[in-house]
Design a protein around this ligand. Sequence first.
Ligand SMILES: Cc1cc2nc3c(=O)[nH]c(=O)nc-3n(C[C@H](O)[C@H](O)[C@H](O)COP(=O)(O)OP(=O)(O)OC[C@H]3O[C@@H](n4cnc5c(N)ncnc54)[C@H](O)[C@@H]3O)c2cc1C
Ligand SMILES: *[C@@H]1O[C@H](CO)[C@@H](O)[C@H](O)[C@H]1NC(C)=O
Ligand SMILES: *[C@@H]1O[C@H](CO)[C@@H](O)[C@H](O)[C@H]1NC(C)=O
Ligand SMILES: *[C@@H]1O[C@H](CO)[C@@H](O)[C@H](O)[C@H]1NC(C)=O
Ligand SMILES: *[C@@H]1O[C@H](CO)[C@@H](O)[C@H](O)[C@H]1NC(C)=O
Ligand SMILES: *[C@@H]1O[C@H](CO)[C@@H](O)[C@H](O)[C@H]1NC(C)=O
Ligand SMILES: *[C@@H]1O[C@H](CO)[C@@H](O)[C@H](O)[C@H]1NC(C)=O
Ligand SMILES: *[C@@H]1O[C@H](CO)[C@@H](O)[C@H](O)[C@H]1NC(C)=O
Length: 624
Amino acid sequence: MTILWSRLVLWGVFTLTFTRTNCTTRRRRLASSAYPIPGFNATYDYIVIGGGTAGLPVAARLAESGASVAVVEAGGFYEVDNGNYSIIPWYAVTMPLLSDAPDYARQPLMDWDLLTVPQVSARGQTAHYPAGKTLGGSSAHNTLAYIRIPKGTHQRWADGVGDEVYEWENMLRYYRRSCTLHAPDWGKRKMPNASFEFDGSICDSDPKGKGGRGEGPIQVSWSNWVDPATTWLARGIQSVIPMSKEGFNSGKTEGTSAWSSCTVNPKWAERSSATEYLKGAIEDTEIMVYHHTQALRIGFDGGKKADSVRVSTQGLEYTLTAGKEVILSAGVFHSPQLLMVSGIGPKSVLSSHGIPVIADLPGVGQGMQDQVVSQVSWGLGTIPTTSGLIRNPANREKILRQYLDHGEGPLTFAAGGYISFEKVPSSLRAGLSQRTRDLLDTALSPDWPEVEYIGNAVVNFTTGETTGIIGIILLHPFSRGKVTISSANISDPPVIDPGWLTDPADGEILITAIKRARQFWNTSALTSVKTGPELQPGAQVVSDADLLRYIKNACTTIWHASGTCRMGKNSSDGAVVDSKGRVFGVSGLRVVDASVLPFALPTHPTSVIYALAEKIAEDIILGR
Ligand SMILES: Cc1cc2nc3c(=O)[nH]c(=O)nc-3n(C[C@H](O)[C@H](O)[C@H](O)COP(=O)(O)OP(=O)(O)OC[C@H]3O[C@@H](n4cnc5c(N)ncnc54)[C@H](O)[C@@H]3O)c2cc1C
Ligand SMILES: *[C@@H]1O[C@H](CO)[C@@H](O)[C@H](O)[C@H]1NC(C)=O
Ligand SMILES: *[C@@H]1O[C@H](CO)[C@@H](O)[C@H](O)[C@H]1NC(C)=O
Ligand SMILES: *[C@@H]1O[C@H](CO)[C@@H](O)[C@H](O)[C@H]1NC(C)=O
Ligand SMILES: *[C@@H]1O[C@H](CO)[C@@H](O)[C@H](O)[C@H]1NC(C)=O
Ligand SMILES: *[C@@H]1O[C@H](CO)[C@@H](O)[C@H](O)[C@H]1NC(C)=O
Ligand SMILES: *[C@@H]1O[C@H](CO)[C@@H](O)[C@H](O)[C@H]1NC(C)=O
Ligand SMILES: *[C@@H]1O[C@H](CO)[C@@H](O)[C@H](O)[C@H]1NC(C)=O
């Protein structure tokens, strides 16, 4: 146990000093000196609101450039606050706080306790929407998948916001700067029938740098374990959508399938979150971290320049002044909320809550896109699956020792399983209405997938048998949701309406996707092992009307909400920030996080958010 304890020990709180071995120019810094005593007004060059997936990379890069930087984070340290759930990959997909049920198991130290408004076009009821309240933000409890977006998506991004840096070739250096790639450990995976090829250059540092596997803070790898039942789902999917030879991180995903890479440090198989950036910055810079501290509102200089942040550490209020800029990285729900309570947003909303208007920006909180998931499942009899192995008391000690002593075994299984991306194939596309086909063809580039399929397996706790699941993700919802406020007080939660399935195109696309998933289940690989009748939607659910009813009743979120402070060329078309994250109509204020994404990304977004944070940090440092 002492070995475990020393590995999970909270860096920066229990560790009093870092010693530098290869750096002689800087003096030693006490790690504890990175945490200011709350209650005192102070001035920094930059104040970053939100120490999450985007906020920590931005703050760390600014601090590295020599600027003085404060991070204001409402939460604490997940290594303590979430037990071992945020460390061990297996819990990334199973920790109870992920539940969408309105009566979910609360975890107030980690989660913002957000609920959606009732989803009238879908399940009719409210849903819990998890969002990380901790250093690391949602990267501290997400399901670890690391997958980039296609070249054509980057081109649309660049064209849409008028900034060629968003083209694939130009963004590569930011992707690379953010991560280090580890090749699969075939010896630990022990599954020759699940081998694959991959592009090892995806994390190489800048072409002019050292090359090799990269040196960015985020550790990217493949699990040190393969779920046995998922190998069958992989075989079924592969016989319809071929396996990629390079993986999902080299600019092409459409029409291919692969084992997903994930944000795990493979040495001990522990989560690699945005706090990787913080660890480096605490050691190498003068960064200051106000944890357990909520930003209440952004202050202005009497005109339109943001110059301060009013904060509260558990009710103790004080003011941090920004000599240069305020960077807002509070995430897709809280960034628009904080803008609105600070006087930036739709004038009608601000006025109705008595908030003085600094800038009338109609787009704030609008345009939310939220990808929904559905699934098709069958029994897989007694093929072993990870949850079944872990649940069996007879295996407990062995599995624990495999994990703790070698960083291998079922507890290292992360994210996703076997994944594929594609456009609705032509045979099924004919079943879409002309409107839906036109919407898809206009919105998306030729290499931009419309649906993602995820093969995974779980044990049925009642029967002890394995259930195989082909999850279905609608990658480009045409429904739009929104985030607004119920008062001028940041302590009142934002009002979240993801608008699930409010546009009929989304239901149509999902109906074709269910039919496609049934084709995977109908391959010889899967007919040879599946048992019993189809579990979900069920063999009797066949007509489009019945399929739609199933989709509406059973759909939920995959937690990839985006676009509530959308990036664009001009606020008159609903954009909130320009391509460098600068908020229209004011100065000294940027937004950098999932809220600025110009459209739902056809992937799991963290890989892109890290690269985006690197890009905008460089914009700031170079005075752009
Ligand atoms: C359950 C779940 C699973 C997911 N699975 C995956 C996956 O497998 N792969 C993937 O790529 N993506 C996944 N995602 C999506 C991805 O994790 C998010 O899109 C991404 O982390 C969002 O980054 P962000 O910087 O926008 O916000 P966050 O990382 O959430 O950061 C926002 C930060 O701001 C802080 N904050 C908010 N308001 C205030 C305030 N007023 N004052 C101070 N601090 C404040 C929050 O506490 C938080 O730390 C998942 C998300 C969730 C929730
Ligand atoms: C995780 O923590 C729990 C106690 O909360 C403990 O029972 C379990 O063994 C731990 N798991 C590992 C792999 O260390
Ligand atoms: C792959 O090998 C594992 C371990 O031997 C086995 O359990 C699984 O059924 C095999 N999968 C396929 C598709 O052959
Ligand atoms: C802190 O700053 C606020 C806002 O500028 C100011 O009202 C207050 O007097 C300051 N407190 C101290 C102790 O200087
Ligand atoms: C487990 O199997 C039982 C019996 O077939 C079924 O009623 C139940 O819905 C299954 N549970 C899940 C979570 O699929
Ligand atoms: C904001 O709400 C919190 C929590 O309800 C409350 O403690 C605080 O007094 C409110 N602030 C204002 C200015 O009303
Ligand atoms: C499954 O495949 C068989 C023939 O291989 C075909 O007749 C049947 O229609 C298919 N079913 C589905 C749901 O695709
Ligand atoms: C935004 O667009 C409007 C109308 O197209 C135009 O008048 C305005 O100058 C534009 N503003 C900027 C900042 O480009």
